[in-house]
Design a protein around this ligand. Structure first.
Ligand SMILES: Nc1ncnc2c1ncn2[C@@H]1O[C@H](COP(=O)(O)OP(=O)(O)OP(=O)(O)O)[C@@H](O)[C@H]1O
Length: 297
């Protein structure tokens, strides 16, 4: 469990984080979503005791990070994938971390296996690709078998196979009852990775909402030659349906539910398109502002 309470961080006249309050619960993947510069890294650094808040508090397992008796066993973090010394081997990097945190060396081999690095454990971290460095960063985060994981943009720069691997790993870790907070600036990525979303913009909370609620609030556009029959089936399922010829606009159920119903009813679909919600539109607008600001600079 992570509890963030009215936390703020100011750098001179820049307010990076502005009175944020949210909880991160165990057993689910929580996506921490915001455009570049929204304050995600700053918030995570405050949760991990690396930056002091200007105001407010962040608690991990009920206490401030600094008051955790064995921090590495409580929280694992991936903040900067380039953190390993380039000439040190992957195994030596993990052994140093394990030794200085009172963790047995057997666990080093376990995390190398978990992250698929066993075969390259004797290579210098400096020769690693970005994807291998991310895996090594995650191996270090898992070393203490922590109850809480904080991962800053772990899919950045990864190929599709690497992205799928991290997604599955995060889901498995959450299914084991751990608390998993993962940041991203991509709504599309978080919609498939996370169960819950904490969305911020310019340091402020925009939404604290389940992914299921976001997906359910999307209208779904359906085209089918059997529009009238399918509209009846959708209405019986509890959806609100508007019909215009072969086109149906469906509200109150997810695109997946519409697809499943079509399969069950044997209805041919020519199109099945979820539309962006007002929340997604608001997020896109924020991202666009950020891009324009960046370009102007
Ligand atoms: N050490 C610092 N000194 C001054 N300003 C900072 C510092 N760290 C962060 N900021 C500013 O705080 C704001 C939030 O930055 P932060 O890195 O937390 O955002 P982010 O959401 O993680 O973005 P990104 O996805 O680009 O990493 C930005 O305007 C940034 O320039």
């Amino acid at each position: 469990m992570i509890e963030v309470r009215q936390i703020s961080k100011r750098y001179g006249d820049v307010t990076a984080v502005d009175r944020l309050t949210f909880d991160v619960r165990p057993g689910v993947v929580t996506g921490f979503l915001g455009p570049n510069g929204a304050g995600k890294t700053t918030t995570m650094r405050m949760i991990l005791g690396l930056d002091a808040p200007t105001a407010g508090d962040a608690l991990v397992l009920g206490v401030r990070y600094a008051d955790l008796p064995a921090p590495m066993r409580a929280v694992g973090a991936l903040l900067d994938a380039g953190a390993a010394h380039p000439r040190r081997t992957a195994r030596d990097h993990l052994v140093c971390l394990a030794d200085s945190n009172g963790i047995g060396r057997r666990r080093v081999d376990e995390v190398l296996g978990l992250t698929g690095l066993s075969a390259v454990a004797g290579r210098g971290a400096g020769t690693f690709s970005l994807g291998m460095r991310q895996r090594l960063g995650i191996a270090a985060a898992l070393l203490g078998d922590p109850a809480v994981l904080v991962l800053d943009e772990p899919v950045n720069g990864l190929d599709p196979e690497g992205i799928l691997w991290i997604r599955t790993l995060m889901r498995d870790l959450a299914a084991e009852g751990r608390t998993v907070l993962v940041s991203s600036h991509l709504m599309s990525e978080m919609a498939v990775t996370a169960d819950h979303l904490v969305m911020i913009g310019r340091g402020r909370l925009i939404a604290d909402i389940s992914v299921e609620d976001v997906l359910r609030s999307r209208e779904v556009l359906v085209r089918t030659p059997e529009a009238r029959r399918f509209a009846g089936a959708l209405t019986a399922m509890g959806a609100a349906v508007r019909q215009d010829g072969e086109e149906l606009t469906v509200a109150g159920v997810s695109a997946e539910e519409v697809g499943r119903l079509a399969a069950a009813e044997g209805v041919v679909l020519h199109e099945l398109t979820p539309r962006r919600t007002s929340l997604e539109d608001a997020f896109m607008a924020l991202t666009r502002d950020g891009v324009e600001f960046g370009a102007a600079r």
